[in-house]
Design a protein. Sequence first.
Length: 116
Amino acid sequence: MATITPTLMTGSGKRTMVEVDLTGTADTFTYVASYKPTLIMRNDTAGALTPVIDGDGGTVVPVAGVGDVDVSGGYSVGSIAIGASVAIPLNTISAYLSGTIAITGGTGLTCSLLHF
């Protein structure tokens, strides 16, 4: 089990980022919208990975002009190639982050959570 602890980015000067290697077993973090958090995922494994971020409280979200969207299956980050990194502004996927959050399919990813 890996818990991604945030790095606070307020104030001046450099920061030592907290990096966590995902284990694939109950990998989690806490989403706090007021910090405008960004999750960074880096793939240093020997193969592409396709993680899913899922809050267990997500169900159906009404979207204007679209209708109801089912978010219960989580947010698929998409394939992260060997040596690649992605940054996800978590406020843009907040509907998927309700309840207890789990990251699956990301064993071996190195993650950082930045709070601004």
